[in-house]
Ligand binder design. Structure first.
Ligand code: PLP
Length: 373
């Protein structure tokens, strides 16, 4: 199989699995909150992972809170911020956020919050000028993603954070697609909160983290025991947390060389598809983009049919479109960018470290054969 869906999830690195294994069985599988020696082993491993994650994003270990993934981190940031300023009833998000943010904002709207939406340009970038028009003096939180999961565009989060702070709002960035792929420094970004998820950088699924800057006191999302300094209850998933720390440390070590390798493969795939398919276009800025992301619109193709045929040809990709009652719908991101025309299909190809240049050539040929007949 040629796997081109790394934005959906990445395979676990072998080294990461090896680090995780001791914490599933035997002594080190003890509950990290217990007081005996074996539990201390688990506690120390969690603390080590917290330090690894903090170091990778320029944070302090005490600013990292483990969660069940990116979705929980996003929900916590939005709902937590809503409790910081009970008098502020306005939350701002961009139109291209992941559903983990958009649907949570919708739920908050149903509970009485007012939601402001920052539009996006045709290049998939949310402009600070547009953000300044939507952020108000009574805005509690601004949430703009660092990198988009469909078109891979990298957003000017630092500039938007400055505007948010000027108006007294907190700033959250969903960095689920960015962390482990591009340099992320929470101080340089000026964010108050930042979401991460391990399975996007060759770590395990079902574990993530929320960075919460020291001095920011958000409400709890999950109540119960005293884990995560009383901020996120539930027995820690020690093997997953260990895996997340190890995976992010490895991803950070190889960030530059992996980024170069990925963007080279991305360019081969893009050039070949553009050469074979007349009228194909690339969506989203090429300058501000994740190295492994290629998102194209192909004329005359049907997204569902194409993905099925690609699957039969041993190629795993995605369209980013939601399918409701059999009718393929263009994604909210492509529609917000104003790029959804008639009789065309979107194809998201996200490249990973185990892909090769020959695979790019083969995938491009296969896609062209299916689209052009
Ligand atoms: N935010 C973004 C931008 C994502 O791409 C994803 C996953 O696809 C999520 C949030 C949700 O993360 P998780 O799958 O860890 O819940």
């Amino acid at each position: 199989m040629i796997y081109l869906d790394h934005a959906a999830t990445t395979p676990l690195r072998e080294e990461v699995l090896r680090e995780m294994l001791p914490f599933f069985t035997g002594e080190a599988s003890a509950n990290a909150s217990a007081s005996y020696g074996a539990a201390r082993q688990a506690r120390e491993a969690i603390d080590r992972a917290r330090a690894q994650i903090a170091a990778a994003i320029g944070a302090l270990p005490g600013e990292i809170y483990f969660t069940s993934g990116g979705t929980e981190a996003d929900n916590w940031a939005l709902r937590g911020a809503a409790t910081v300023f009970p008098e502020k009833k306005h939350i701002v998000v961009s139109s291209i956020e992941h559903h983990a943010v958009l649907h949570c904002a919708k739920a908050l709207e149903a509970q009485g919050m007012e939601i402001g939406i920052i539009p996006v340009g045709a290049d998939g970038i949310v402009s600070p000028v547009d953000a300044a028009r939507v952020i108000r003096g009574d805005t509690a939180l601004v949430s703009v993603m660092l990198a988009n999961n469909e078109v891979g565009t990298i957003q000017p989060v630092a500039q938007i954070a400055a505007i948010a702070h000027e108006r007294g709002a907190l700033m959250h960035a969903d960095a689920v697609q960015a962390v482990g792929h591009i340099p992320v420094d929470v101080r340089a970004l000026g964010v108050d909160m930042l979401s991460m998820s391990a399975h996007k950088f060759y770590g395990p699924k079902g574990v993530g983290a929320l960075f919460v800057r020291h001095g920011v006191h958000i409400g709890r999302l999950i109540a119960g025991g005293a884990q995560e300094r009383g901020m996120r209850a539930g027995t820690e998933n020690t093997p997953a947390i260990v895996g997340m720390g190890c995976a992010l440390q490895l991803a950070t070590q190889h960030l530059k060389e992996d980024g170069m390798k990925l963007s080279q493969m991305r360019d081969i795939l893009m050039q070949e598809i553009l050469r074979y398919i007349l009228g194909a276009r690339v969506n989203g800025s090429m300058e501000n983009r994740l190295p492994g992301n290629l998102h194209m619109t192909l004329p005359g193709a049907n997204a569902q049919m194409l993905l099925m045929q690609l699957d039969m040809a041993g190629i795993a990709a995605s369209s980013g479109s939601a399918c409701t009652s059999g009718a393929p719908e263009r994604s909210h991101v492509i529609r917000a960018m104003g790029m959804a025309g008639e009789n065309e299909a979107d194809l998201r190809m996200t490249i990973g470290i185990e892909n090769t240049a020959p695979q790019m050539l083969q995938a491009a040929r296969e896609i062209a054969r299916l689209v052009t007949g």
